[in-house]
Design a protein around this ligand. Sequence first.
Ligand SMILES: Cc1cc2nc3c(=O)[nH]c(=O)nc-3n(C[C@H](O)[C@H](O)[C@H](O)COP(=O)(O)OP(=O)(O)OC[C@H]3O[C@@H](n4cnc5c(N)ncnc54)[C@H](O)[C@@H]3O)c2cc1C
Ligand code: FES
Length: 254
Amino acid sequence: MSDFVKIIGVTDECYDTKTFEFQWDEKAFPGQFVMIWTPGMEEIPMSLSKTGRIKAVTVKAIGPSTKRLHELTIGDILRVRGPYGHGYDLQHDKQYLIVGGGVGTASVLPAIKETGADTVIGARSEQDIILRDRALKYASNVWFATDDGSFGFHGNVVQLMREKCAEKQYDCVIGCGPEIMLFFLFQACQELHLPCQLSLERHMKCGAGVCGCCVMNGQRVCRDGPVFTGEQIAKMKEFGHAKRDECGRLVTFR
Ligand SMILES: Cc1cc2nc3c(=O)[nH]c(=O)nc-3n(C[C@H](O)[C@H](O)[C@H](O)COP(=O)(O)OP(=O)(O)OC[C@H]3O[C@@H](n4cnc5c(N)ncnc54)[C@H](O)[C@@H]3O)c2cc1C
Ligand code: FES
């Protein structure tokens, strides 16, 4: 479904990240994403950081399209296409530990809201933490990790996740963040024999399983993911090692 929606709220999350709210009646689930566009930018994928009738995307300004989005304000129009992909499989009798890294926290926020699960949020420093108030409102417990130690645990979010897993037994880990973080989170879950569901990112053009540009070891990240289980990820040899650029070339990053 593709619709034009009006922005009804803009929140500054931190110096480079804003949340844009809009009313959109499409049914959406935690972990799904939309393709978003306004004149002056490429159409790009964004996780839904709110999945109710009022929906939201939380955008970190890193390049031309996300910087263009940051120019928008209340009353401006966005074209939204989706929602796409498989979200998190959330069951109410399971104890989840939810792990958000950087702007990946946007993807897990609706899962925090739906489950009230314990949550670990990581950022480079205190001023990079996003969605803090909403996480504190919905989660049973929230712990923060910062790389520079300016807030919460001094270290990375996977180190803190390992500490929390030593203190309490969880059934499943849910995570989204930069791929390097997800790579070490996946390794930690393997070592701890903990099932996980991780939301992955690849370059996306159609978002709907047609163009093939997001393929990763035979899986279309947009349609078969973006959330994959630990068993699926174990078979994806490109995970943590290589991705396709906007021209479809395989580029190694480790
Ligand atoms: C499923 C999914 C969910 C996402 N959710 C969020 C989110 O909630 N918040 C957020 O801030 N960002 C999110 N992103 C990343 C976001 O799409 C990119 O930051 C954005 O496309 C960058 O565009 P740009 O023009 O600003 O930067 P550019 O300078 O063009 O690109 C910077 C980097 O962004 C990535 N990128 C660029 N275009 C695309 C594309 N079409 N598809 C995927 N990656 C791209 C590439 O790694 C590129 O190197 C998500 C990506 C995916 C795949
Ligand atoms: S973005 Fe086109 S198939 Fe995934």
